[in-house]
Design a protein around this ligand. Structure first.
Ligand code: COA
Length: 320
């Protein structure tokens, strides 16, 4: 048994922030940001929180899949920027879209989150614990940015993407995932310290810290490695892959992965120039854009690949 994607959806905040807009806030320039990252603009929420964006993306995915929300029996939201610790984002989406038959939880795996969510849904479906799952990557990273740190605030953006998956008998699916907690220091956000009658540390603002060069080296090494391992496990040649849909962190990372895999850049679609790095949302947003443009045909082989905080990584080979 395997799974298939039935439909996709996404939501991006209205508000566009260009590199020139950022240059008014921190000491940077359009030239620096676009040459280092490929990013030209990003969406920054003025009132859309993570749950709201996740719910809009979910509604669009349900419509696109042509199902009723009643049919969904599993909702997983991948996010590192949930609006609340509890209820989790998935439960709030359940309420917003009327998916009363679903079991709902969030997972935290930073920019690998959507890949991990898809694998979790597949495990639920293959073991008969679920039939139809709604997976969402949703982030308002702007609320966790240090807006005085030009090394990070220029790279990230807000948005949400979603997919509906269900069981299928005859679809290719293979995956490789991994984690390295010893390198967690390279990308961190918001330590929650002890704060009780015995120990009072107070809590810092939850802000993203990143060692950019360490993360860059990690990404360009781990992404091609886990993609190659996935294809090997599946017995599929790289030439058979229609598209490599990578986490949209940085255009230089995407081009470097293409080069290391010795595959043409045209097989690596990107929208990082428009949206920046939206963490767990970037893969489903791109998937939705491409789906709505009609760029997928039945039997197309797609590789999804996420990598980021934790450190975590994962790739999935699937058949459209
Ligand atoms: N504008 C202008 N200058 C900037 C800047 C900005 N926004 N951000 C940093 N700089 C400066 C630095 O202060 C440094 O100046 P100095 O040499 O005077 O100290 C200089 O640019 C070089 O900084 P450095 O960090 O070495 O740049 P880099 O070439 O490594 O590029 C990144 C920085 C962040 C773009 C790059 O490391 C990267 O893409 N990393 C991966 C990030 C990522 O994708 N993370 C998410 C993965 S999930």
């Amino acid at each position: 048994m395997s799974i298939q994607i039935l439909g996709t959806g996404s939501y991006l905040p209205e508000n566009i922030m260009t590199n020139d807009d950022l240059a008014k806030i921190v000491d940077t320039s359009d030239e620096w940001i676009s040459s280092r990252s490929g990013i030209r603009q990003r969406r920054i929420s003025s009132d859309e929180m993570t749950t709201k964006m996740a719910s809009f993306a979910a509604k669009r995915a349900v419509e696109n899949a042509g199902i009723s929300a009643d049919n969904i029996d599993l909702i997983i939201v991948a996010t590192l920027s949930a609006d609340k610790a509890t209820p989790n984002t998935a439960c709030q989406v359940q309420e917003a879209i009327g998916a009363q038959n679903a079991v709902c939880f969030d997972i935290s795996a930073a920019c690998s989150g959507f890949v991990f969510a898809l694998n979790t849904a597949r495990a639920y479906i293959e073991t008969g614990m679920a039939n139809t799952a709604l997976l969402i990557g949703a982030e308002t990273l702007s609320k966790m940015m240090d807006w005085t740190d030009r090394g990070t605030c220029v790279l990230f953006g807000d948005g949400a993407g979603a997919a509906i998956v269900t069981k299928a008998e005859d679809r290719i699916y293979e995956t490789v995932t991994g984690s390295d907690g010893s390198k967690g220091f390279a990308l961190t956000c918001g330590e929650r310290k002890l704060n009780n009658p015995l120990v009072q540390h107070g809590n810092e603002l939850a802000q993203i810290y990143m060692d950019g060069q360490e993360v860059f080296r990690f990404a360009v090494t781990v992404a091609p490695k886990c993609i190659k391992e996935t294809l090997l496990k599946a017995g599929i040649e790289k030439e058979q892959v229609r598209y490599y849909i990578l986490h949209q962190a940085n255009l230089r990372i995407i081009k470097s992965v293409a080069k290391r895999l010795k595959e043409p850049e045209e097989k690596f679609p990107h929208d990082v120039e428009k949206y920046g790095n939206t963490s767990s949302a970037s893969i489903p947003i791109l998937l939705d854009e491409m789906n709505r443009e009609g760029r997928f045909s039945r039997h197309d082989l797609l590789v999804l690949c996420g990598f980021g905080g934790g450190l975590t990584w994962g790739s999935i080979l699937l058949e459209w």
